[in-house]
Every structure is written in structure tokens, then in C-alpha cells.
Design a protein. Structure first.
Length: 505
């Protein structure tokens, strides 16, 4: 049973008093005619045109109350904003004392009346009738806003604890309007990405979330069991292998925006469940995908923020194309002093790293590709602040990408970096089924069973490739990370409505 605190017990008593008076604290229906924004706009137009008075029925949560004997004021907040209510005994009689006694901050109310402007100049609803829509039993963490003489709004007891905000997002949204705006802009970001791809003749599709075999990325999956089929299943870690199957079926440009699930650590830029955008483009390569990517992200930035330049922490990030292109070999050489092209084996590369950076060395048992990835993360990645395409990656950490002609160790792959972390990843996709099968076999041989880089062999995907897959360019991007940058948020939790958290004790 729930244990109520003293304030909640007082509100529960009010709830019982309401019922004793024949008032249902949670009625079935509301009859709103205007949002706060609509009521104010219509009233201002009526003032300008000297047209008849504006009648409105509003609904929202009580955010402030100033009660008196014959006159009371309140502000209610709905999804569009705030508006003031004016309640007077002349119109309401005994209902005014009923309001003053039994209504609380946080309650949802419906109020009907006529719009007017107070002596202080505020557009206000003169209330002729009202009813309770939902009684708030638990007071919100921010119980009032105070407006100072200079117009500054001071929020008292605001919900600013990051852990509590993430755990109780409903309360965070209720008391922090800027948080609601964050998620409106996030929705606008997804709409912009979808509109851009639709306008470039890409077809939006849906692929399975629950898969008999995971693949398409280097990550550990979540495993479950299908009782009726009596087989283990996996939550997808990527859309890639299913989307590329569609290229075989002659759907030449496909994309999906949806959830991926990776059983990995949590950090400021990682959440086990996240939103991914992937597209695959027949007859294109990674250079064409680069151009489309910078155009798409710049378009999304402008749609969400009004500009291709955004502030992220202390940096001004400029998304306007063209973005910087930097070959991985050259970038790592500049950042670490090691030329990876001269170290063609894992052993040689490890010795070079140890000699150059004795205090920063990778696992000596790692593959050459993972050592290169170590150099990237330790030395180069933190320096990539402005949008940069880092291209030409080691083959053994890119099992689905085409090798560069004449260089068996390197593939046509790029990653986009912004603000010091990875935003997107793309390949000229491998479409040779024999080469792909060999890559799968190598991955199974070179990696231990618990290595998250290990990629299982997918026979059905190989069968699809054997029917013939057109050459193509593929792309994947974490939408949450782009939202972080565009909205100047420094933790992925701030752009996820319900991030993954440890179980509350």
C-alpha cells in the first residue's frame, strides 16, 4: 500500500470532501473550446477590431493561486502556455469559497467565461463557471513561479536534480516548460530527417525488431525467448541486413527511423535503447553518401533551430556544407604520431603504440583494427569538433564494407564526427556474396565468443546476396546524438523521454 505524506493526506481529505459535496474529482469529459494561446490571440484580434467579446472555455493545470474573500486569481497552464483566471464572488457566489478551500496547485480545472484585460495589462479570463477535471494528490516539485518587478520569472523548488528529472520525466515536463520545448524540437528533428529523405525519393520501410539472428553492427544484443517457436530471439542492434535485402528486391532507396537495442554500457552518449536512422542507396558509394549526409544534417539543423550554426557548450558548430574530409591514416598520424599504414600486423602496431605512448596502450591481444580504433578514440576523436568525415577504415572492424581497390586492409567507410564524438557511420556496401561469407568466417575465427565485435554468419542474408545485390552506399546515424548537439544538451538522458536507469531501491 502507498504511504502518503502529510501534504498528500491533506489533499486526500479534500478529495473526500469534494465527493461528499457531490463533485466527481475525476470526471469523464472536458469541454475545452480554446487553448490559452488561441484565447489570447482571438481576444487581441477582437480588441484591435473592436468586435464582440470573446467567450472561451479553457482547461489546464493550476500553476499559481492568489485567493481572497471576494476575488481570487489563478494561472493555469496547458500545452500552449499560461493564462490568468479572474474569479469573483459576484458571478460565482459560494463556488468561490469552494474553489479557495478545496482546489490546490497542480489540480486540473476547466473554466468558462469572457476574456478581458486587467489594469496591469494582462489578458485574463473572467470566470463565470468552473469545474474540477483532475485532483492532484501529490504536489508537484515546483509549486509556484514568482514574477519579479523587472519581469523575471523565479521558479521556486524547481525540479533540477538530473537523476530525479530522468526518473520522473512526467514531473519534469509538468514543471519545466523548457523541457517540453526540448522534446517538441526533437520531434521536429525526426520530421525534418523524414521530409528530407522523402524528398530525395527514399522509401520509408519497417523491418523486424525481434530477429532470429542479430547483425549489422558490432554490439552485444538483448536476448529473449519465443515460447511458441521454442527458439531464442534477439532485439535488433541494427536495421542494416534487412534493409539491404530490400535492395535485392529492387527497392533502390530505402530508409528506416526506429529503435535499436544494444546490451552495452550507459554513458553521456550511450543508452541501451536509442533511435537510429539508416538508409541504403543503390548505385551510390560512400562519397555520394557523404554529400547527401552533410546536406541532410544541415537541412535538419535549419529546420529545428533556424540556422545551420548552433551553439554546443563553448563551441559554435557550423553544419553548412561542405564538411571537412580527413583520411583516417592522416588524422591518426597527426594526432598520435603513428602511421598505421606502416604497421600491417597487430603485433607491429602494438609495438609502435607502446614505443610512442607507453602510458596509453591497447590490449596486446586485440586485432589490428581494434588497435586502430583505440588510437582513434584516445588521440583523434576528441579533436574533431567541427563536422568532419573521417574516412578509409581498417577492414577487420568493417565486415560489411567494400575494400578500397588495391588495398585489401582498408575499406570505403566513413564516420561523421561532431563535438568530439561519433555522429554517423557509412560504407560503400559489400555486395560480393563470396567475399561477404569469407568476412563472416574470419570474424568467427578472430574474435572470442564474448567479444561484442564478433559478427554472426547470417546464411539468409548471404542467400539474398547470391540473388544479386546492386552496388550501394549505406548510412546509419544516432538521432539522439544529433538532438544533443542541435539542442545543446550534454547528456543523452536529456533528449530521451525515458532513459534507461538503474532499478530504484
Amino acid at each position: 500500500m502507498t504511504e502518503y505524506n502529510s501534504l498528500e493526506k491533506i489533499r486526500l481529505q479534500k478529495l473526500e470532501e469534494l465527493r461528499a459535496e457531490g463533485v466527481e474529482p475525476y470526471p469523464t469529459r472536458a469541454k475545452r473550446t480554446h487553448t490559452s494561446k488561441q484565447a489570447i490571440a482571438e481576444f487581441e484580434l477582437a480588441e484591435k477590431d473592436a468586435t464582440p467579446e470573446v467567450q472561451a472555455t479553457l482547461a489546464g493545470r493550476i500553476r499559481s493561486m492568489r485567493t481572497g474573500g471576494k476575488v481570487s486569481f489563478a494561472h493555469i497552464e496547458d500545452g500552449a502556455g499560461k493564462i490568468q483566471l479572474f474569479l469573483r464572488i459576484n458571478e460565482l457566489n459560494e463556488k468561490l469559497s469552494f474553489f479557495n478551500k478545496l482546489f490546490d496547485l497542480g489540480d486540473f480545472i476547466e473554466a468558462s467565461g469572457v476574456m478581458f484585460r486587467t489594469k496591469s495589462g494582462e489578458a485574463t479570463l473572467h470566470v463565470y463557471d468552473f469545474k474540477l477535471l483532475a485532483k492532484s494528490v501529490t504536489p508537484l516539485p515546483a509549486d509556484k513561479d514568482v514574477t519579479l518587478d523587472d519581469g523575471t520569472v523565479v521558479r521556486h523548488a524547481s525540479l533540477d536534480n538530473p537523476e530525479l528529472r530522468a526518473r520522473q520525466r512526467y514531473a519534469d515536463l509538468a514543471v519545466n516548460p523548457e523541457v517540453r520545448e526540448t522534446f517538441r524540437k526533437r520531434a521536429k528533428l525526426v520530421q525534418a530527417l523524414r521530409a528530407f529523405l522523402d524528398n530525395h525519393d527514399f522509401l520509408e520501410v519497417e523491418t523486424p525488431i525481434l530477429q532470429p539472428l542479430y547483425g549489422g553492427a558490432a554490439a552485444r544484443p538483448f536476448t529473449t525467448h519465443h515460447n511458441e517457436l521454442d527458439q531464442d530471439m534477439y532485439l535488433r542492434i541494427s536495421f542494416e541486413l534487412y534493409l539491404k535485402r530490400l535492395l535485392v528486391g529492387n527497392l533502390e532507396r530505402v530508409y528506416e527511423i526506429g529503435r535499436d537495442f544494444r546490451n552495452e554500457g550507459v554513458s553521456f552518449k550511450h543508452n541501451p535503447e536509442f533511435t537510429q536512422l539508416e538508409f541504403y542507396w543503390a548505385y551510390a558509394d560512400y562519397l555520394q553518401v557523404m554529400e547527401l549526409t552533410e546536406q541532410m544534417v544541415a537541412y535538419a539543423a535549419e529546420q529545428v533551430t533556424g540556422s545551420t550554426q548552433v551553439t554546443f557548450g563553448e563551441h559554435q558548430i557550423e553544419f553548412k556544407p561542405p564538411w571537412r574530409r580527413l583520411e583516417m591514416r592522416q588524422g591518426i598520424l597527426e594526432a598520435s604520431g603513428i602511421d598505421i599504414a606502416e604497421q600491417t600486423t597487430a603485433e607491429a602496431l602494438f609495438k609502435a603504440i607502446k614505443a610512442k605512448h607507453p602510458n596509453k596502450t591497447p590490449d596486446p591481444a586485440a586485432t589490428r583494427g581494434k588497435m586502430i580504433d583505440f588510437l582513434l578514440g584516445e588521440f583523434l576523436e576528441p579533436t574533431l569538433i567541427q563536422p568532419t568525415f573521417l574516412y578509409n577504415y581498417p577492414r577487420d572492424i568493417s565486415p560489411l564494407a567494400k575494400s578500397i581497390p588495391g588495398d585489401a586492409l582498408t575499406v570505403e567507410r566513413f564516420e561523421g564526427y561532431i563535438a568530439g564524438f561519433e555522429l554517423c557511420n557509412a560504407f560503400t556496401e559489400l555486395n560480393d556474396p563470396l567475399d561477404q561469407e569469407q568476412r563472416f568466417i574470419e570474424m568467427g575465427r578472430d574474435y572470442t565468443n564474448d567479444d561484442e565485435e564478433k559478427h554472426p554468419l547470417d546464411e539468409d542474408y548471404l542467400r539474398a546476396m547470391r540473388y544479386g545485390m546492386p552496388p550501394n552506399g549505406g548510412f546509419g546515424m544516432g538521432v539522439d546524438r544529433l538532438a544533443m548537439i542541435l539542442l545543446n544538451k550534454h547528456s543523452i538522458r536529456e533528449v530521451l523521454l525515458f532513459p534507461a536507469l538503474r532499478k530504484e531501491e
